[in-house]
Write a protein of this length. Structure first.
Length: 139
């Protein structure tokens, strides 16, 4: 199952934002073990690098990005994705871009803590808890 991880899930793990980091850790493990096919939007990678550089410095930020690139496939963000995001009914542009990146990459679901932000999605959207429960049921 191809799952796009919203930026907030990645930040939960990398910044150890309790209590959210516990489920993020489980989801990362599922992606690392290839139980699910984990995807990140290209904009998520740049956002994570920017924020991580400010918090832990460039070297550690590069290490974090390198690790993410071994676990996740990147859903491209190009002109078509950005144009579609601008024309969408999403109120948040970042969510619209991630949704369109997922849509254009034939991703089957999105995992986010901001399910309401993706209310216009035609792709199933799950909270971390919902996705963990669903994947456990499939095992």
């Amino acid at each position: 199952m191809k799952i796009l991880f919203d930026t907030n899930i990645v930040l939960d793990l990398l910044l150890d934002r309790k209590p959210f980091s516990d489920l993020a850790t489980i989801l990362f493990s599922l992606a690392e073990e290839k139980i699910i096919a984990g995807f990140l939007g290209a904009t998520t990678v740049t956002t994570i690098f920017y924020l991580a550089t400010k918090v832990v410095g460039k070297k550690k930020a590069e290490e974090a990005i390198s690790k993410l690139l071994t676990i996740f496939t990147i859903a491209p963000v190009n002109g078509s994705v950005l144009e579609a995001a601008l024309k969408s009914k999403f109120s948040d542009f970042e969510d619209a871009v991630l949704y369109q990146a997922a849509y254009h990459s034939n991703i089957q679901a999105i995992v986010t803590r901001d399910v309401v932000g993706f209310k216009h999605s035609t792709i199933p959207v799950y909270s971390p808890d919902e996705l963990c429960t669903m994947v456990k049921a499939l095992k």
